[in-house]
Design a protein around this ligand. Structure first.
Ligand code: SOE
Length: 388
């Protein structure tokens, strides 16, 4: 479906994710063998701000009308870094116009939007037009290695996985309202924003999918300063969820954006019959591995520094031991997206995989709203803190 190279790229949105994706577009061809492309146009609503961002981030043009941009004949790829409420409309239109689409996670704000995006992606794929959702942590070399070890059976049968994604950028009750704190623009709070990464990891690392979900959602700060005074927060600050998956596997996920002191800590633990793995995004070059088949006297987690040329993606960067960063995962993501387009293959995670995560998010929300948790009857309070 693609025109002869170079592929023309348009990006919608230039905030945090637009900055991270732009960095990846600017660097990918310097380190990986990818088809030729041009960073043609950056799209945003504020003309002066988007023009400044385009110049800063290496885009040839700036525009304010995404519909006009996706209709252009010189655009082959649309990278959607806009807020979640815009994902479905832009992606469906771009796919319909024959453009390959990369969209930030989660796929959509609602299950219905996600299902419509999957239908559009299937129709486009039949015409050779590819689509991908940006769960970038799949491209952390340490997590890609973890998946290889699990697939090779080094952990045996996986029994359970624990994941926690903790941040604290909302711990101050006076932190102002943003689109991420309104249900109509974000869909949900910590659940869709960061628990979605953990849920994708649990399924991707193990190859199993969630069958049953239960959860509780909590909004600790009910109102925050908005443009016209205090405004109701309509999404969760934190979520606790438990899952049952195929393969008789259990899992738990917690996510919070008010976990004081935790800056961007995605911790994952995988426990199997023959071994275990632990990972922390704040030490993303390291994977801790336990071989439970070793003689007990020798057992213990050992640290693998995932910076050898043999490790996923690492042969493109520096000699062994020269660590990489959070932003490299976006470069790996763009590399894989471009290679899939060149090879006429469906990139992963596909919109279908994004829909599976969306189904899990919806199940947690429904469980939380059904109040399926039971009250501990006649509990005795041992509170010793005044007013606890
Ligand atoms: C939330 O602040 C956030 O930016 C997420 O939206 C990203 O997906 C995550 O990678 C970093 O934190």
């Amino acid at each position: 479906m693609s025109r002869p190279v170079p592929l023309g790229v348009a990006m919608i949105g230039y905030a945090f994710m637009g900055k991270a994706h732009s960095n990846a577009w600017r660097n990918v061809a310097s380190y990986f063998d990818v088809p030729a492309f041009e960073q043609k146009v950056l799209v945003g609503r504020e003309p002066e701000q988007v023009a400044e961002a385009a110049a800063k981030y290496g885009w040839s043009e700036a525009a304010t009308d995404w519909r006009e941009v996706i209709a252009r004949d010189d655009i082959d790829i649309v990278d959607i870094c806009a807020p979640g409420w815009m994902h479905a409309e832009i992606a469906i239109a771009a796919l319909g116009a024959g453009k390959h689409v990369l969209v930030e996670k989660p796929l959509a704000n609602t299950l219905a939007e996600a299902e419509a995006m999957v239908a559009a992606a299937a129709a486009a794929r039949a015409r050779g037009v590819q689509s991908m959702v940006g769960f970038n942590y799949r491209r952390v070399p340490a997590l890609a290695l973890a998946r290889e070890l699990i697939a090779e059976g080094r952990l045996g049968t996986i029994r359970h996985v624990r994941a926690a994604y903790l941040q604290d950028w909302l711990v101050d009750p006076d932190s102002p309202m943003t689109w991420r704190l309104r249900k109509e623009t974000a869909g949900s709070g910590a659940l869709g924003d960061i628990a979605s990464h953990a849920i994708d990891q649990i399924q991707h690392l193990t190859g199993h999918t969630v069958l049953e979900a239960s959860g509780v959602l909590k909004t600790f700060v009910a109102q925050r300063p908005g443009p016209h005074g205090l405004e109701d927060v309509t999404v969760d600050d934190a979520v606790w969820a438990t899952f049952w998956l195929t393969g008789d596997m259990g899992a738990s996920v917690e996510a919070s954006r008010v976990a004081a002191g935790q800056k961007n800590s995605l911790r994952i633990e995988v426990y199997g019959t023959d071994g275990a793995l632990t990972f922390d995004l704040e030490s993303l070059n390291e994977l801790n591995f336990l071989d439970a088949t070793a003689p007990v006297r020798e057992q213990g987690f050992r640290r693998i520094l995932v910076n050898e040329p043999e490790h996923p993606y690492m042969d493109a960067w520096w000699p062994q031991g020269h660590v990489i960063g959070w932003e490299h995962t976006f470069t790996h993501q763009i590399r894989d997206f471009l290679l899939a387009i060149r090879n006429g293959e469906a990139p992963s995670p596909s919109f279908d995989e994004g829909l599976q995560v969306q189904r899990v998010l919806a199940a947690v929300e429904e469980s939380a709203s059904n109040k399926s948790t039971l009250t501990v009857v006649d509990h005795k309070s041992f509170a010793t803190v005044e007013g606890a």
